[in-house]
Design a protein around this ligand. Structure first.
Ligand code: HPA
Ligand code: ZN
Length: 355
């Protein structure tokens, strides 16, 4: 189990007026970003041109105009269409480097990236092309930007268990390149337990395990992600708020939730940011984190998610900003010494703003 960090004393002296600076300058980790969801329309068109792929949109503007989503599926249809321009190792490298630059500008010092191999292997792109392109960007981001990162291979839950097993097998030659596995795509009708046996195999291989649950799906999916898949973090998980006993259980275990505020509003999980459950979940003692999910589609990268959340919830102040950043380190898959170094850098950032 993770242990919470104690707040630095300087936090008490930090006036609310410093909140915008704190949000921007505090070091933080991003733990829920689908790298294919960082493909900006301009890059989609550039890659389509470079690779000779035809797009069903006439222009960047027409593509952007289609980003009016009513639910998760309406987004996924466009997201998979956007990913169709990714063919060569260079494409995966360019996409990930563009993301790392944005993340670094937002104060991220670490990112754990989801990638969806089945979206690419189904189009004849090899696992090696995907993984090596991303890995090269990871190395360059560490060198040039000082951003460390890890990859999490996601299984598409609308596909079969058999397909997930085949994907795992195909990825094993690159086992050292990814830290864990996750579960994403269409949630309703595809409960976590559909993949119990795949996740058992992944755990036996020493992989870290996470799953999307309780984004649109019911709290019962969060329970089976915990009990059947034995995940270490829940991605989204906001619908636990409908089940008070589950909220207590998540707080007791300190199971992290990787929450994505702008995504939840764009996909109509909440009508407005003001309605978001994050402040209540934080007050209930959950290890909540803030993340961008698919920033090119949902209107903002990591810092914009913090800003939009804090702008809509006046009860959130410097104390909660610090808590969310501290949680992001606590919930990461980095080793204990690295986490302690990040927590120290966070305390120093708070101190320098209070002086
Ligand atoms: N939910 C499920 N699958 C996804 C998402 C999401 O928010 N983004 C990309 N794939
Ligand atoms: Zn997601």
């Amino acid at each position: 189990m993770n242990t919470p960090t104690t707040p630095p004393p300087a936090l008490e002296r930090l006036p609310r007026a410093r909140l915008p600076d704190l949000l921007a300058r505090m070091p933080k980790a991003e733990l829920h970003i689908h790298i294919e969801g960082s493909l900006e329309p301009e890059l989609i068109f550039a890659l389509a041109h470079r690779n000779g792929v035809a797009l069903p949109y006439a222009s960047v503007q027409a593509l952007r105009a289609a980003y009016a989503f009513t639910d998760l599926q309406s987004f996924l249809d466009i997201y998979y269409a956007g990913a169709s321009v990714l063919l060569r190792e260079e494409d995966f490298f360019d996409m990930a480097m563009a993301y790392f630059r944005r993340a670094a500008a937002d104060g991220a010092v670490h990112a754990e990236l989801f990638f969806d191999p089945q979206t690419h292997t189904a189009r004849g792109v090899s696992m090696g092309t995907v993984v090596e392109g991303l890995a090269r960007a990871q190395a360059q981001a560490a060198d040039e930007l000082g951003v460390s990162s890890a990859l999490i291979l996601c299984f598409l839950r609308h596909l079969s268990e058999e397909d997930a097993f085949a994907t795992l097998e195909a990825a094993l030659p690159w086992r050292e390149r990814f830290v864990g596995v996750g579960l994403d795509s269409s949630e309703r009708g595809h409960p976590p337990e559909k993949f119990s046996r795949v996740f058992a195999r992944c755990r036996a291989l020493g992989l870290r395990v996470v799953a999307h649950a309780g984004e649109e799906g019911p709290p019962a999916y969060i329970r089976t992600a915990l009990d059947d898949l034995q995940v270490e973090r829940i991605d989204h998980g906001v619908r636990c708020a409908d089940d008070p006993a589950l909220v207590v259980e998540l707080a007791r275990r300190r199971t992290p939730l990787t929450v994505c505020p702008l995504s939840n509003v764009k996909l109509c999980v909440y009508p407005r940011m003001e309605d978001h459950a994050l402040p209540a979940l934080l007050r209930a003692g959950l290890c909540v984190t803030v993340n961008s999910d698919d920033p090119a589609y949902f209107g903002g990268y990591l810092l914009e998610n913090y800003r939009a959340l804090f702008a809509a919830h006046p009860a959130l102040g410097p104390r909660e900003a610090w808590q969310l950043a501290a949680n992001s380190f606590e919930a990461s898959f980095a080793d204990a010494a690295t986490k302690a170094r990040w927590q120290q850098a966070l305390a120093v950032a708070v101190q320098s703003l209070a002086d």
